[in-house]
Design a binder for this molecule. Structure first.
Ligand code: AHR
Length: 502
């Protein structure tokens, strides 16, 4: 007799929705860092380049994911960046020492090129202003350059640069990780809160329709976490729309159960930032709620050692080029599930980053390929839109350094208009399969479209240009509906997407 399957149960109710999913939760990030821009999305000398020097193979892969927003141009980069360097005739753009990443920035790709790229991948920009080394007037000038039609100095400058219509950029980051001592122009919470308030104010005077994201903590582990959020929001509440969160995880100790439990820490991080936002709301007696922008999240650690050996002041070196393995795919799946479970407050999130730099897409001169983490990100973006149901997961847990971790992470999304239901689930158990059940009698007539599943015996398996399909999802015959009850087998260490439709 075979071993009895472990059981997990999902409890949902069609009327108990958490929130509509803001599609911007499936955003990503491209920074002037390493080969993200140069050799990533832009490589005029490449055989893959289009007439603007953009890599068509990369555009195709990004379009597979359907990325709704892309944060740009940084990251740490933005705190030393003069946006004016990146516009106008390319031959006149300065080469600069780029002090955040110790490289040379040629400025051959800039704001207007990025906006062209956004059109090609059908995405919206999430533009960051430099509040590390620049003034609020520079931020204001950038909004004027981007969003005013014509008839003023900066809008006419844009037109002189060959861009007739305004870019109409609606979402703006007020600096980057200003709590981090590594940040160029790092500030105290009070200092940053004040400049964020003033920048948001003047930027909204130029274009009242924009939304502003203030910097929260650059990780849950920052010594100033908590106080930072409260102070920044107390200073900038009226002009801030979202507060940012950043978090990366790594498996430095090669301890997979603890690594996979990192989503528990992410969940706590989000809940705590929500509490702080609501505390300031109460103190301010405000009617407005501040929502969250988790605008940097991913696994990042594989490249740490090799990056210590990098030569300084070269152009776009191989930097932060993590090669992701199968267990990273599982954690990225759990992190997306965590973001969706908080869709009532997390309205924006950016997988950091998109190409070559801690990214789902990698390029070389001869081609490009999908890293392991490409798949959960793509599945969530394509199938996770609609509404999130309050999903209770009844399953056993294990002890981890982040607290008790469920063996199965899951969330259910529905799209009532298109009559679809999607269940995302990660089985983190390294030994056992689970049989997960879900009462779907409220969804009479819904049938299983497919059960996409990804597992691998080797937690460290990776994809490469030579072997791009080592880790790849398959169609799996693991789900059935009987008398309105769905049962799905979730193999040990697996990512699952169970799609139903009427
Ligand atoms: O995404 C890489 C870097 O991580 C970003 O530049 C910075 O914001 C964060 O520390």
């Amino acid at each position: 007799m075979g071993k009895e399957l472990k059981k997990a149960k999902l409890v949902i109710d069609r009327d108990f929705t958490i929130s509509k999913v803001d599609e911007r939760i499936f955003g990503s990030f491209i920074e002037h860092l390493g080969r993200a821009v140069y050799e990533g999305i832009y490589q005029p000398e490449s055989k893959f380049a289009d007439e603007n020097g953009l890599r068509k193979d990369v555009i195709d892969l990004i379009n597979e994911i359907k990325v709704p927003i892309i944060r740009y141009p940084g990251g740490n980069f933005v705190s030393g960046f003069k946006w004016e360097d990146s516009v106008g005739p390319k031959e006149e753009r300065p080469r600069r020492l780029e002090l955040a990443w110790n490289v040379v920035e040629t400025n051959q790709f800039g704001l207007n090129e990025f906006m062209e790229f956004c059109k090609k991948v059908d995405t919206k920009p999430m533009m960051a202003v430099n509040l590390g080394t620049r003034d609020i007037m520079d931020a204001k000038n950038l909004v004027e350059y981007c969003n005013i039609k014509s008839g003023t100095y900066y809008s006419d400058l844009r037109i002189k640069h060959g861009v007739k219509d305004p870019h109409n950029i609606k979402l703006w980051c007020l600096g980057n990780e200003m709590d981090g001592p590594w940040q160029i122009g790092h500030r105290t919470a009070q200092e940053y809160g004040l400049i964020a308030a003033r920048a948001g104010h003047i930027m909204k005077l130029v274009d009242p329709s924009i939304e502003c994201v203030a910097c929260g903590s650059s990780s849950l582990g920052m010594p100033t976490f908590g106080e930072w959020e409260a102070t920044v929001l107390k200073e900038s509440y009226d002009t801030t729309d979202y507060l940012s969160l950043h978090q990366y995880y790594g498996n430095h100790e090669n301890d997979t159960p603890n690594f996979l439990a990192s989503s528990v820490a992410m969940d706590q991080f989000i809940s705590q930032v929500v509490s702080i936002c609501d505390y300031v709301k109460a103190v301010k007696k405000s009617k407005k709620s501040i929502n969250l922008s988790f605008d940097e999240w991913n696994v990042w650690y594989h490249s740490n050692e090799q990056d210590k050996k990098l030569e300084k002041w070269v152009e776009h070196p191989h930097q932060l080029e993590d090669i992701y393995n199968f267990e990273d795919l599982l954690l990225v799946g759990s992190m997306i599930i965590t973001l969706l479970r908080h869709a009532d407050r997390v309205k924006i999130a950016c997988l950091a980053q998109l190409v070559n730099v801690i990214a789902p897409i990698m390029t070389s001169d001869t081609g490009s390929f999908r890293q392991t983490i490409f798949y959960p990100y793509m599945h969530a973006s394509i199938y996770g839109r609609g509404e999130v149901l309050n999903t209770i997961v009844k399953v056993d847990t294990y002890e981890s350094k982040h607290g008790d971790a469920p063996y199965v992470d899951s969330v259910v999304t529905t799209d009532e208009e298109n009559e679809t239901v999607t269940i995302f689930a990660v089985n983190k158990n390294l030994d056992d399969d689970y049989e997960m059940s879900c009462d779907l009698r409220q969804y009479a007539g819904y049938k299983i479209v497919e059960h996409i599943m990804c597992t691998n015996d080797d937690l460290k398996a990776v994809n490469s240009e030579e072997k791009p399909d080592t880790v790849k999802p398959v169609n799996y015959n693991g789900s059935k509906i009987e008398d309105g009850i769905l049962t799905s087998v979730l193999p040990s260490k697996s990512w699952n997407v169970i799609r139903l439709a009427k």
